[in-house]
Design a protein around this ligand. Structure first.
Ligand code: ADP
Length: 447
């Protein structure tokens, strides 16, 4: 096992990784920008190294500075968290070339899944069902027109390098195709420096259901069930549940078996998430995330597993030591992302937190790196914490989340807490009756 790990991230996820390391008796090295000098992950780590100015590209994305920090502190492994360098294949490769362990999959698998077309063709070859669409990148608008006519409108033009919901445009009919085509390409070029696009059938009422997978370096692959992440605005997740209110145990077992068989064939190692759209009882793969996800805690709560600990054990070469039949699911978990944003406009609201009081009690978990007096910097993501509850049933989890949302106090910045309260008290949400389009409609409703 490693004796020292460098955590190449910030905020709640840096703290989350640090906590797992501490419980495993592993020393930690925090890295931070000058904007994060008094951040919680810096205070709690055994060692901390400043790696640059506030801008992420000069600090949390600065590979040379991070590797120097690992070298001078004698760290043996790097955990990238999510975001920043976590899905950067070149970074994973460079880390390993320096004789350090990368706590994640191989650079080759990150690269394969980072390109959405390659990811889809790879998964299809492994027997995973896809959304109908173009076989690969589309070179011309004429080609797009032909494929669209074949799969039928509405369709979605998507960037192959896509992420964060950018470079994605719907066309409801052929009249809208030319515009969707050019807007998606322009957006993709601006966001990713790559204007390659492909086309998918646009599903009108799917749920976003994803599967948590772990593979070790000995050929064992297991899944930890699904998370329902259908509550999204601008294709960004806001509230997640495990399990999905829509899925039966039989369906979970079936998609789980397909997914684990595919990843075992691929020789996949460490944590990964397969994302699907689910409609009319059909799963369609859309993408794979080759890293720990923001919403991993809901899985941890229902499966009673520490996924970060498992990631570290796998990176150290240990065997999982359990099989699929050892994994069981207990109760229901919900996560509310707490973003420092206006709850109506979603405009970020950085500033100083004048009062922070976290909720507590049975089945309540608060993953956050904020504290009273903490200044939310304007340079990074606006998510300042995650509130997670676990209870024996979904109804009890909803009641527990409502109670926890009533208890939480975050003053000084605006947060999405009022929006979460509205969602949790909505009858449709309470019935589990929602798709990926539900939240957009809900937030535009007058109340
Ligand atoms: P990104 O990597 O940008 O997050 P994804 O492919 O994961 O892109 O898609 C993000 C979200 O966009 C999905 O969770 C879903 O809400 C929506 N979406 C993606 N593909 C489709 C589709 N074919 N039909 C309908 N909605 C889609």
């Amino acid at each position: 096992m490693f004796s020292k790990i460098l955590i190449a991230n910030r905020g709640e996820i840096a703290l989350r990784i640090l906590r797992a390391c501490r419980e495993m008796g592993i020393r930690t090295v925090a890295v931070h920008s000058t904007a994060d000098e008094s951040a919680m992950h810096v205070r709690l780590a055994d060692e901390a190294v400043c790696i640059g100015p506030p801008s992420a590209k000069d600090s949390y994305l600065n590979v040379a500075a991070i590797l120097s920090a690992a070298t001078i502190t004698g760290a043996e492994a790097i955990h990238p968290g999510y975001g920043f360098l976590s899905e950067n294949a070149d970074f994973a490769e460079t880390v390993e070339a320096h004789g350090l362990a990368f706590i994640g999959p191989t650079a080759e698998h990150i690269r394969t899944m980072g390109d959405k077309i390659t990811a889809k063709t790879t998964m299809q070859a492994l027997g995973v069902p896809l959304v109908p669409g173009s076989a690969g990148e589309l070179a011309t608008l004429d080609e797009a027109r032909d494929v669209a006519a074949h799969v039928g409108y509405p369709i979605l033009i998507k960037a192959t390098a896509g992420g964060g919901g950018r470079g994605m445009k719907v066309a409801h009919s052929e009249d809208e195709l030319a515009e969707a085509w050019s807007v998606a390409r322009t957006e993709a070029l601006a966001a990713f420096g790559n204007d390659a696009v492909y086309l998918e059938k646009y599903l009108d009422r799917p749920r976003h259901i994803e599967l948590q997978i772990l593979g070790d370096t000995h050929g064992n692959v297991v899944h930890f069930g699904e998370r329902d992440c259908s509550l999204q605005r601008r294709h960004q997740k806001l509230l997640e549940e495990a399990g999905s209110p829509a899925l039966s145990t039989k369906e979970r077992d079936a998609i789980g078996a397909t997914a684990t068989a595919a990843l075992a064939k691929l020789g996949y190692r460490n944590a990964g998430t397969l994302e699907f759209l689910y409609q009319d009882g059909q799963f369609s793969f859309i993408e794979m995330n080759t890293r720990l996800q923001v919403e991993h805690p809901v899985t941890e709560m229902v499966c009673d597993v520490d996924l970060v600990r498992e990631q570290i054990r796998i990176a150290a070469g240990e065997e999982l030591g359990y099989s699929q039949s050892d994994i069981s699911f207990s109760g229901h978990a919900i996560e509310c992302r707490i973003n420092a944003e206006d709850p109506d406009t979603f405009i970020p609201s950085p500033g100083t937190i004048t009062v922070f009081h976290p909720p507590g009690g049975l089945g309540v978990r608060m993953d956050s790196a904020i504290y009273t007096g903490y200044r939310v910097p304007p340079f990074y993501d606006s998510m300042i914490g995650k509130l997670i509850v676990h209870a024996p049933t979904r109804a009890a989890a909803i009641a527990r989340m409502q109670r926890a949302l009533d208890e939480i106090v975050v003053e000084g910045v605006k947060t999405v807490v009022p929006l979460h309260k509205r969602i949790l008290s909505d009858p449709e949400f309470q019935r589990g009756d929602y798709t990926i389009h539900w939240l957009e409609r809900f937030t535009s409703r007058k109340y």
